[in-house]
Design a binder for this molecule. Structure first.
Ligand SMILES: [Zn+2]
Ligand SMILES: [Zn+2]
Length: 152
């Protein structure tokens, strides 16, 4: 007998329904529905997205506490360009090359252009971040927000 529950991966991609053993079908934006019984689950990105959808832009630490998704993972979503920090936040993430603040991604546009020109890195559009247009005073926390193109 194979213990089907061992195949359930709740941490990230849900694969098998714990209720009926059916397969989960990806619905987009981190949401999965069991093709057999309709049981609905979210992966870590889906949990974060659902929280921000409901509560609006929120500090990463608050999202982490509410969803149980680690702050490191939420930061990874920012680096992957799946989340962004809105303009006017008090804190951003640093460009991995020059340390300039960016709202999402891995490199600021200038470094991305430099790296691409010198062929020292193959960058995808998700790696290239955007620098904040304005910084708001008096806010001490990072706000994580969804990219518009992730909304469906
Ligand atoms: Zn099911
Ligand atoms: Zn840079």
């Amino acid at each position: 007998m194979i213990d089907k529950r061992k195949n359930v991966v709740f941490d990230d991609t849900p694969r098998q329904c714990p209720k009926c053993g059916g397969k989960y079908v990806f619905q987009g934006a981190g949401r999965y529905v069991c093709e057999n019984c309709g049981n609905e689950v979210y992966d870590d990105f889906g949990k974060v997205r659902a929280y921000v959808d409901e509560h609006g832009p929120s500090p990463g630490i608050v999202i982490a506490e509410a969803t149980g998704v680690s702050i490191n993972k939420i930061n990874k979503f920012l680096r992957q360009g799946r989340m962004e920090i809105p303009d006017g936040s008090g804190e951003y993430i640093p460009c991995e090359r020059c340390g300039e603040p960016i709202r999402y991604g891995r490199f600021c546009p200038a470094c991305a252009a430099y790296l691409t020109k010198n062929l020292s890195a193959v960058l995808t559009s998700a790696d290239i971040g955007e620098k904040p247009k304005r910084a708001m005073q008096g806010k001490m926390h990072t706000e994580a927000f969804l990219r518009k193109d992730e909304r469906r």
